[in-house]
Design a protein around this ligand. Sequence first.
Ligand code: ZN
Length: 177
Amino acid sequence: MLTSRLPGRVEPYKLAAHAEHLDGLVALADMSRLTEEAGAQQGDASVWLEFAIDAQGRRVIRGRLEAELQLPCRRCLEPMAQHVASDFQLGLVSSDDMAANLPATYEPVLVENEQLSLLGVIEDELILCLPQVVYHDESECPVSREQLSSGVEAEVSEAPSGNPFEVLKRLKGNTDT
Ligand SMILES: [Zn+2]
């Protein structure tokens, strides 16, 4: 269980040179782009980061994050708790050329003036691992129950006028007598 806060900004090249590990919590409420994508959030993401220099001399971050998000159910739009987790590998780059030469196993992360915004990186990773759609279980979703009952009602109310042949038969029967 993590208790400390992850620093908002770090000097990633130094951390990679020393093969440092950084673990900590990041407040979800501070992530405005995540809020835009997924609605208001509370609580923290737990983050584990290993800074390293790989066999080809690239400076990289291997990371994992976990968070409990509140995502809107697509049926009733009420927020529901959803656990998300992601493992990622980032390649630190300081130019477009470096990014273009990075193998596909790494996501490029731009380092400017030796500085990296960890908050921005973690927010990007969280947005990437958002599930496309989430639904409550049918027994827990108010809209699902309403739709179910209104569906049954629709069938019932359609039944009387639903069969034109029945109506014709009745009309014929009436003229015969
Ligand atoms: Zn729902």
